[in-house]
Design a protein around this ligand. Structure first.
Ligand code: B12
Length: 362
């Protein structure tokens, strides 16, 4: 073990399990913050695995602070891999607790050529296996690393679908958080959440998955995306862009993903959510006077609907950005200063809305 386990912490970075000021730096093992940072597992998750499932540190300081040994860390790493593969947390905990150090090393080693099983593998050498390697590959990264990231996304999609099948909210929330910890919202949405939602939708259509699984998948994703919005609240400024789903359109997850990504860019949103009646949307636009609005439709909409003509009451250059497979081609833009732009993907929507950061027309 590295002789100075806590050395990689940033100066002044503290959290509840750190030694109290004046307490001697531990020689016992690793504090939870360091384990969290190196394994990219949130400290509250580590504490919760300890409290609820008994997968945690074998040691405590005199002040009752957690200290992880190398074996404890390998157990946690294996627990994290198993849950990422869709194994419910309690079952994963039962398995890892039943294994001795040899069995754990064998499982961690399996096919990944890891340092985790090697003698003296310090924390810095704990390998990033499937489900643990989410950091985006650097430009020019070796092919094997890029493949690893792709494999990681595929595994995560499978694991999310597995959690949906078994209606397992804990595993699903853990997976969502894991994805969002290692990717920004845009990449998380495009690489993992959209493929998972499409799979869930296809399975539902084929009658292989109940609608309850679809509800669980989307409800939990909403709450995780909202957490990103909350975390960026202090960053946003300016007159908000309006985000809404079309009249009678219940699907609105893409709006939440957009709100979260826009918040990261400092762009405020007026989030109106699903099924926004057309007349209410026109009123909201007139009241808030945004420079841009984004409208989502998953379900097919009519070629001509009164909404587009209703926009003629708007007297400033509003850009209406539309996205989703429900919008027909060739929508006739209203007379006047309003423009209608169709975007095909998430990135194009973000670019259009960030370009127009919602400055008031006054
Ligand atoms: C979650 C979900 C629900 C949830 C919605 C929860 C919520 N808060 O949004 C619930 C369970 C409530 C639901 C209800 C229904 N659903 Co639903 N649902 C889905 C599911 C699984 C994901 C929806 C989603 O968020 N899609 C976002 C992405 C994944 O959509 P996408 O179309 O694949 O995106 C493409 C592009 O648009 C682009 N893209 C992706 N993201 C973004 C983001 C932006 C900003 C942009 C611009 C582009 C973009 O990339 C993708 C392809 O390249 C889809 C499956 C699916 N494929 O979408 C079904 C799906 C949309 N639902 C479907 C249906 C039929 C329904 C119901 C009518 C079922 C019913 N009989 O009650 C109702 C709708 C009622 C209503 N009035 O709206 C069908 C629609 C088929 C159709 N075209 O008509 C789908 C496609 C399932 C299927 N395979 O059949 N649903």
């Amino acid at each position: 073990m590295n002789p100075q386990p806590a050395a990689s912490r940033e100066p002044g970075q503290t959290e509840p399990d750190d030694p109290e000021p004046g307490e001697r730096a531990p020689e016992l093992g690793w504090p939870v913050g360091v384990v969290s940072e190196r394994l990219a597992i949130a400290a509250p998750t580590l504490r919760s695995w300890d409290r609820r499932h008994g997968v945690g540190p074998s040691l405590r300081t005199r002040g009752n602070h957690r200290r992880y040994t190398e074996l404890d860390i390998r157990r946690v790493l294996l627990m994290s891999r198993l849950t990422a593969q869709g194994v419910p947390a309690q079952s994963a905990a039962d398995s890892v607790l039943a294994m001795d150090s040899g069995a754990i090393a064998e499982r961690l080693d399996g096919g990944h050529g890891s340092a985790a099983s090697g003698e003296g593998g310090g924390l810095g050498r704990v390998p990033a296996g499937p489900g643990l390697s989410g950091a985006p590959p650097a430009a020019g990264a070796p092919a094997s690393e890029v493949e690893g990231a792709e494999q990681d996304a595929t595994d995560l999609v499978e694991a999310i679908v597995g959690a949906a099948r078994s209606l397992d909210p804990r595993t699903m929330a853990l997976l969502y958080r894991q994805v969002l910890r290692r990717r920004d919202v845009g990449r998380a949405w495009v690489e993992v959440f959209v493929p998972a939602l499409r799979r869930v939708g296809d399975l539902w259509e084929e009658g292989r998955l109940g609608v309850q699984a679809e509800h669980l998948t989307s409800e939990l994703l909403q709450s995780e995306l909202r957490a990103v919005v909350r975390a960026n609240r202090l960053r946003v400024a300016g007159v908000p862009v309006v985000l809404a789903s079309a009249d009678d359109e219940q699907h609105h997850l893409p709006l939440l993903a957009l709100e979260a990504e826009l918040a990261r860019h400092g762009v405020a949103s007026l989030f109106l959510g699903p099924r926004v009646p057309s007349d209410a949307l026109v009123s909201a636009l007139r009241e808030s006077q945004p420079r841009a609005a984004f409208l989502w439709a998953s379900l097919a909409r009519p070629q001509a609907e009164p909404f587009w003509r209703d926009l003629e009451v708007i007297g400033w250059p509003l850009e209406v950005v539309i996205g989703g497979p429900g919008w027909p081609d060739g929508i006739e833009a209203p007379e006047g200063p309003v423009t209608v732009t169709r975007v095909a993907d998430f990135g194009a929507a973000v670019a259009a809305l960030v370009r127009r950061p919602g400055a008031s027309m006054g």
